[in-house]
Design a protein around this ligand. Structure first.
Ligand code: PLP
Length: 466
């Protein structure tokens, strides 16, 4: 299996290089050269097997022959051993014909664990085979940082440095990062905003001498390894409700378009999916794009579903590449105009294709709070604000007789203030995190300046060779 860049100017790579590289050198994103396929019989047979077996079948198709089947099986088994539900991603019926797919049974209580736990093991495995080390660097406003730290803690060949804006993440999110004690984990609190943190990370990657010296690697949502691992639960959930003989519709709380793009990939691989519904909060660039055919920045607002507060959904480029019939030059020119003029028009034939597979809807702040209270009252089920956005969109969507699966991306206890505010009930952390509030924190405060961060990383990372 080879991977090509969405901008058509970078060399094609195999799975291991794609996972270590992240962004392609021409600024594009890597996608498989062609979509691997499952027959209806193969999909049907996923129904009798544990999650890990379906994960192995799906992910093998993306790995090709670059990792032995034994090693891949071992990584998958250990990635999901820390989930506190035997089926990893269980379905719960919310109301007749409407199901919730719980993706938050991993260690940090958000769906990012599903992919990150796998990705960290793959990266460590590839580095160990090659006798190399790497430095993982990322900026976080919350979920990604904790999922990455939890996944990379204690790994032999990687050191991880996560920047967060000092005093500007929620208490739970900060503590999930700063109470991890492993020597290869480095939390950096920057005297600045989340955007400052991101700008510093960008500066590190753009300094090629530093980047090569520290062997920098990124694990943000454009990393193909994350998408590959997210394809799995679309298969397990659909099959549990009768696929491939019956179609299902998915409603996905969307930010960077990574999660829902994995659903699109499952469909390309043969899973019968009626529609993929993009659910956004009031940052609705994607909903406006698929509805009106213009992808246009407007500035980000802060909402109660912060993991979806984004202005540009990086994985949307992968979809544009597909619906432009894999024309890298055309894709590059559209995303260049996004950089220059803040938007682009989606060509009509491409928009038609998008609308054949995708629906969309938006839930504003008040709808989000209302639905949390409604769902608790009607179904005795507590949801977090991200899931609430999707449930609100699902309720307003006419899906006929097709079963509807809403993806639940975080445990309600991860966002206790909003949930308590909406329902009067304070969600409890699960037992493994019950003492989080009293654990000792460890982090380093650095100035809002890339030089101090570079110096810190250079001193601490084991990947640096003089
Ligand atoms: C990251 C995240 C999302 C958005 O997923 P994308 O892949 O970025 O679209 C939704 N909900 C939660 C809780 C998240 O952490």
């Amino acid at each position: 299996m080879r991977y090509v860049s969405t901008r058509g100017q970078a060399p094609s790579l195999g799975f291991c290089d794609v996972v270590l590289t992240g962004l392609a050198r021409d600024g594009g994103l890597y996608v498989p050269e062609s979509w691997p396929q499952f027959t209806a019989d193969e999909i049907h047979n996923f129904g009798n097997r544990p999650f890990q077996d379906t994960a192995f079948a799906v992910i093998s198709k993306f790995v090709g022959d670059e990792i032995t089947p034994e090693a891949l099986r071992t990584m998958i088994k250990s990635a999901y051993a820390g989930f506190n539900h035997p089926s990893v991603a269980p379905l719960v019926e919310l109301e007749p014909g409407h199901f919730v797919l719980e993706l938050w049974h991993g260690p940090t209580l958000a769906f990012k664990d599903v992919a990150m736990q796998f990705l960290a093991r793959v990266i460590d495995h590839v580095l160990s085979k090659r006798g190399e080390r790497a430095t993982i660097v990322g900026a976080t406003s919350g979920d990604t940082g904790s999922a990455a730290i939890e996944a990379f803690r204690g790994r032999e060949n990687t050191d991880i440095f996560i920047l967060h804006p000092k005093g500007r993440t929620s208490e739970i999110q900060r503590r999930q990062m700063t109470t991890v004690r492993d020597d290869n984990v480095h939390n950096i609190a920057i005297e600045g905003s989340f955007d400052d943190c991101q700008a510093i990370v960008k500066a590190l990657f753009n300094d090629h001498e530093f980047r090569d010296g520290a062997k920098l690697s990124g694990v943000n949502s454009i990393n193909w390894g994350r998408i590959a691992a997210q394809v799995v639960y679309y298969f397990t959930a659909a099959v549990a409700l009768g696929a491939p003989h019956r179609k299902v519709t998915f409603v996905v709380p969307t930010g960077n378009f990574g999660d829902i793009f994995a659903g699109y990939v499952a469909k390309q691989m043969g899973l019968p999916v009626e529609k993929l519904v993009i659910a956004t909060n009031s940052n609705d660039i994607l909903r406006r794009a698929v509805k009106f055919g213009r992808y246009e920045k407007r500035g980000v607002q802060q909402t109660v579903s912060p993991s979806m507060d984004i202005e540009v959904s990086s994985n949307f480029e992968r979809l544009m590449f597909e619906v432009l019939d894999r024309d890298g030059e055309k894709t590059a020119s559209l995303f260049a105009s996004l950089g220059q003029s803040g938007g682009f028009a989606i060509p009509e034939h491409a928009l038609e294709k998008i609308n054949a597979d995708f629906g969309s809807g938006m839930a504003d702040e008040s709808a989000t709070r209302t639905i949390i209270a409604d769902v608790l009252k009607q179904s005795k089920y507590l949801i977090d604000p991200h899931t609430a956005v999707a449930v609100a969109v699902a309720r307003g969507y006419n899906f006929g007789h097709t079963p509807l699966i809403t993806l639940s991306t975080a445990h309600p206890a991860k966002f206790p203030d909003t949930v308590a505010d909406a329902t009067g009930r304070h969600p409890e952390l699960p037992p493994h995190l019950a003492d989080l509030g009293t654990r000792e924190e460890r982090f380093t405060v650095l100035e809002n300046d890339d030089r101090s961060v570079k110096q810190f990383i250079r001193e601490k990372t084991r990947a640096w060779e003089d």
